[in-house]
Design a protein around this ligand. Sequence first.
Ligand SMILES: [Zn+2]
Length: 388
Amino acid sequence: MTDRLYYNDSYLTEFRADVIDAGPERTRVYLDRTAFYPSSGGQPFDRGTLGGRAVIDVIDEEDRIAHVLEQPIEGSSQVAGSVDWARRFDHMQQHTGQHLLSAVLLELFSIPTVSFHLGAQSSTIDVAVAELDSRQLLAVEERANSLVFENRPVTVEYGQASDDLGLRKATQRTGTIRLVTISGLDRSACGGTHVRATGEIGPVLLRKLDKMRGNVRIEFLCGLRAVRQARADYNGLSAVARIFGAPLEDTPTLALAQEEKLRDTEKQRKKVAADLAHMRGRQRYLEAVPDSAGLRWAVLRLPALTEDTRIEAQSFTVGEKSVFLAAGENPPSILLATSKDSGIVAGERLKPLLAASGGRGGGNAALAQGSVSSIKDLEFVIRTLTSA
Ligand SMILES: [Zn+2]
């Protein structure tokens, strides 16, 4: 059985231990005792070195702890271990912060915690409530930070699972269990690593809320993570404020006003474009020279067919004896509009040609539209229509 040194001293980073077993490649090493924390209870494993080799994973095998090394360890029976303190302390802050937040959620709003995940960027807790509003979030954040300022002791002791231990959350473990207490606030059964007083958690920042399978997932950051995130948030908002050339706190109102203005402008642009298309259609008709059959033709090749093309077509074919044909290249598509007295029924004329070239579409007697699969097919349709 591996003696877990971190159980009684989360601040221990340097230790010596005997190698009692190692895998055939000597990259999976078992010690008589270790300060390395294995991935467990939502908290990731410690990194560091063992016998000068980088520790790349630490696995909890219940009785024993496996240390996975980047390179094989040589024959020595005793090794020196060194835990990466920056990473460990950060984990201790996030993990103790989780105890604190879970206790505050229960204290203020009777909301129990379902699960915890400590991520590389931020951490999350899932809480058993359908919804959490911004007022509650603010209350939890302020209460958690006040408890940090109070610097309450966080202590470890052991008890019997069968006793009434006053735990925040019932444990499934039996026998002797490890108890982590935040003085006057919370007692939990936990095997993780914690800071010794709430002050060491540092600032607590709550961020995103997500609804997850009937629960709410709360994203949070503690310690330097909170400071760095606040810095990144500030930098992002400052960049936006510079675009507006306004103080940061004015940007939400300005952004909203800009958005409304943009929507109005787009509406006006569409109206002007439609008016223009209408006039173009009329103009084109007036300029068109009737062919031998007395028909006025417009044949247009455009990058793409748009709503404005339809408007132009309709304006053109308001005139007597008129045929309007427009081809869009991307995607390959065609529009045919005809006046009633042209002798051409647009839908009936276009539909079989589309079918013959593997395209699809349709329309009524005055206007028909469709798409084909290639430019080659498009050329075929135009050629057939204009040579008729
Ligand atoms: Zn814990």
